[in-house]
Write a protein that binds this ligand. Sequence first.
Ligand code: FES
Length: 103
Amino acid sequence: EASTRIRLCSTSDVDWDGAIRVEEGDLTLAVFNVNGVFYVTDDLCTHGPGSLSEGYLDGHTIECDFHNGAFDIRTGEVVTPPCMIPIKTYKVVIEDEHVTIEV
Ligand code: FES
């Protein structure tokens, strides 16, 4: 099955060591900029209603501001409970200074 590339935002839309939420079709995503490297995960915390783009980013760890669970945005692995289910991550490609994902 061929993959599709979806353009999410300009690289300049995301602050250094910051995050934004992007809605694209059925997807609600968090786009992170860690020292100029971009990562994309689902925005909705796997534990509840927390929005990860509004969480606290420390290096590659995003802490949900709802119950302070945390994930590694590179792999989606849980770093801190109460989260138990990994967050979905997406393969990022930078194209024409835009953040795109392959789905
Ligand atoms: Fe994110 Fe509970 S909703 S830690």
